[in-house]
Design a protein around this ligand. Structure first.
Ligand code: ADP
Ligand code: ZN
Ligand code: ZN
Length: 707
């Protein structure tokens, strides 16, 4: 450790300082730790400290307000360790930033140090003072060069489209909110292609003119380049950076610093970017706010959408949540007046949404030996597009050739040895692969159980669909985009470019192609087998299916000239299902209304608040017993009165990679009570974990998305 800090301590002015450090979750430490440091150490400064026997990076936190200090709990100053070097070349992280982290840690039941340090760039945490200074100097130079280049370049006036009347009203509503002293979030509800992004651009422009920074969140990495391009095109000469997990560590640090130093005017990023330090933040946009990707699935399971709303509230700045199919949580907030609803009901250029055709699979002629699930009318429709030189998109949310191999002599199935799941048949490389634990093997020549050489694929994935389409429509250029075809860096961009260039007639793919892409020539979209989600054990499955299908449907007819002939086909065994009926009318409002009525009756979110505790063990007993003890501890807490505590059950995927998984659900009518209960219960759980042998992991998920 650098001794400079210690020398500084020689001065008489040292005192107790609280430092947030990355203490592991299982230590049960939730708050910052006490160290001894110089009196003038500003909260938000990075400092080196010792934790146990390790030197780690810490972040100076705020002193406790006098009323909250319990003298008995404090270590005497003589026992405190001194803080080491302070990285004071870096301006401190702001108070607003620290309040956001305080809130997030407490709400999602994590230690503040763990969360605060984990959301900083890893490279930043590894620098010492000298290295940091060198890096900042380098950044200064680069910025000066960029500023010079920008000044030399002729400032292009962007050719902005004139807003439609509806867009203008929407923008006026957002501006009114921005002008308010404590704005409430706006829910921008608009169909795909209704000009939401244009509204984001205008709102961002207004914030930039006020000299503020703008944060734009998108659900997935592969959507950032598209949005970045649109922002870059509009804001020539402005500094735009992105923050997502696909960046190299050095690039991530640079971009983070640009935001933190206030130099980046626009920050575009995925969920982690909600924690970007931005001293002049003036607007947060959350695009596709309903998207499940905004929820972090491990560590602190935060919702970036919800934290964006909280951050807006903290910093008194406008937040715009955009979606064609808002989450029911946001929709309910808008109905109740907590959010301001702003509607865009027309597609730009007056284009119609595709006409939805529900094809009743019960009408499919059943002939022995016919395995294709592409109905004749759908094939005819695809053929018509082909003849007219238009593109089609066929959507199936399952990759591989077939979800399982099957022997009809002995009923053997290609089960994964490690998971409660089938191994998926991939024909291209003749493997059986588990999509959960990754285990892979050659396809056996004959049934491993009875020797029958006639084992057959059951069901279909995108690979098989591609094959069937190519066979049924000779001459068609069929291409497939899914996780298997896009493993190589840059391959997704390449494949998408081919679609845009018109080199593809029929595009087959998973939900990877459902989102965001502005395909101009697609006039037919088909979902060949979407029914599964209607019967999922997860109460949110229908909500997700509806929004996914709306989104996929939105890929068709983006070119207004062709919109009137565009169609969305749905092959279903349940054409009368209310979900499909609402979809047929493009009626999100009716669908949301129906779901909300169901949720009220069943006492589910947004009318109740949930927390889920998951446990993983080497044996069923280890995982289950931990939760059984947890349940007992929960019931013993006075704060549990009035909560619904459900008994532990195996997760729907009970075993993954030889780990047994259980979960238990807590339901509360009141969020504050749930929070207070969880805080006490977590102490019990940490203690129980230390006693439970064979328990590998446990975690609490507040506001879980997948049940
Ligand atoms: P969304 O984000 O709702 O899908 P976009 O903002 O991407 O909608 O708009 C769809 C298309 O219409 C884009 O190509 C966009 O450039 C264009 N567009 C948006 N607003 C206007 C406008 N007022 N006049 C002309 N074109 C517009
Ligand atoms: Zn067999
Ligand atoms: Zn497996």
């Amino acid at each position: 450790m650098n001794t400079l800090g210690n020398q500084a301590l020689g001065a008489a002015s040292s005192c107790r300082v609280r430092v947030a450090v990355e203490a592991p979750q299982h230590s049960g430490l939730t708050g910052p730790l006490d160290y001894l440091g110089p009196q003038d150490l500003t909260p938000g400064t990075l400092v080196q400290v010792t934790l146990g026997s390790r030197d780690v990076m810490g972040l100076v936190w705020d002193p406790l307000p006098p009323g909250q200090v319990d003298e008995d709990d404090l270590l005497p100053e003589s026992e405190l360790r001194p803080v080491g070097e302070a990285l004071d070349a870096l301006p401190p992280l702001s108070s607003a930033w620290r309040r956001l982290l305080d809130f997030a840690a407490s709400y999602y039941q994590r230690s503040v140090g763990e969360l605060a340090l984990s959301v900083l760039p890893k490279t930043l945490r590894e620098l010492d003072g000298a290295q940091l200074q060198a890096r900042l100097k380098k950044l200064d130079k680069a910025d000066a060069a960029a500023a010079k280049a920008a000044a030399d370049a002729p400032l292009a006036e962007p050719a902005r489209p004139a807003l439609t009347a509806q867009q203008q009203r929407a923008l006026d509503a957002l501006s009114a909110e921005a002008a308010s002293a404590s704005p409430i979030p706006s829910l921008l509800w608009g169909l795909t292609g209704s000009g939401k992004t244009e509204i984001y651009l205008r709102a961002a422009e207004a914030a930039l003119e006020r000299g503020q920074q703008v944060l734009v969140l998108v659900p997935e990495i592969n959507l950032t380049p598209q949005l970045e391009a649109r922002f870059a095109e509009r804001f020539v000469g402005r500094s735009i950076v992105s923050l997502h997990s696909g960046l190299t560590p050095v690039r991530r640090l640079q971009n983070w610093l640009a935001a933190h130093l206030g130099r980046a005017q626009l920050v575009l990023g995925t969920r982690l970017a909600v924690f970007a330090s931005m001293p002049r933040l003036g607007l947060i946009v959350v695009d596709e706010e309903h998207d499940p990707s905004y929820k972090q699935q491990d560590g602190a399971r935060y919702s970036a959408r919800d934290l964006a709303v909280y951050r807006g509230h903290l910093e008194k700045i406008p937040v715009v949540l955009g979606s064609a199919t808002p989450s029911l949580e946001s929709w309910q907030h808008a109905l109740g007046g907590r959010y301001r609803r702003v509607d865009l009901t027309e597609r730009i250029g007056g284009g119609a949404l595709p006409q939805v055709r529900l094809f009743d699979m019960n009408r499919l002629e059943r002939k022995k030996g016919v395995t294709t699930a592409l109905s004749v009318p759908l094939l005819d429709a695809l053929r018509k597009r082909l003849e007219r030189g238009e593109q089609s998109l066929v959507f199936l949310n399952r990759r591989g050739y077939a979800p399982v191999l099957h022997c009809d002599q002995c009923n053997w199935k290609s089960d994964c040895p490690n998971c409660s799941a089938h191994q998926v048949f991939h024909k291209e490389d003749r493997t059986l692969r588990c999509h959960h634990c990754g285990v892979s093997q050659r396809v056996p020549r004959a049934c491993p159980s009875c020797g029958n050489p006639d084992i057959a694929p059951l069901g279909r994935g995108t690979e098989r669909l591609e094959e069937q389409l190519a066979a049924a429509l000779p001459g068609a250029r069929v291409a497939r985009i899914d996780a298997d075809t896009t493993k190589l860096k840059g391959s997704l961009e390449e494949q998408l470019a081919a679609v845009h260039e018109g080199e593809v007639d029929i595009l087959v793919g998973t939900q990877m192609i459902a989102k965001g892409h502005d395909f101009r020539r697609i006039t037919l979209v088909a979902a060949v087998n979407p029914d599964d989600a209607l019967f999922s054990s997860d109460f949110r499955a229908p909500e997700r299916l509806f929004s996914l299908l709306m989104q996929v449907g939105g890929r068709a007819g983006r070119d207004a000239a062709q919109a009137s002939t565009s169609e969305m086909w749905i092959q279903t065994w349940y054409p009368d299902h209310p979900l499909y009926q609402s979809l047929g009318q493009h009626d999100y409002e009716a669908f949301a209304g129906a779901l909300l009525r169901e949720r009220t009756t069943a006492n589910l979110p947004p009318f109740a608040h949930l927390a889920l505790v998951r446990a993983e063990g080497r044996t069923v007993e280890a995982a289950r017993d931990f939760l059984v003890a947890a349940e007992r501890a929960a019931r013993a807490l006075p704060l549990s009165l009035g909560l619904v505590i459900y008994p532990p059950v195996p997760m729907s995927m009970a075993r993954v990679a030889n780990v047994e998984r259980f979960q238990m659900l807590i339901e509360a009518g009141n969020r504050t009570q749930l929070q207070r209960f969880l805080r006490e219960w977590m102490q019990d759980l940490h203690a129980l974990k230390r006693r439970q042998k064979g328990l590998t992991r446990w975690a609490v998920d507040v506001d879980p998305l997948a049940i």
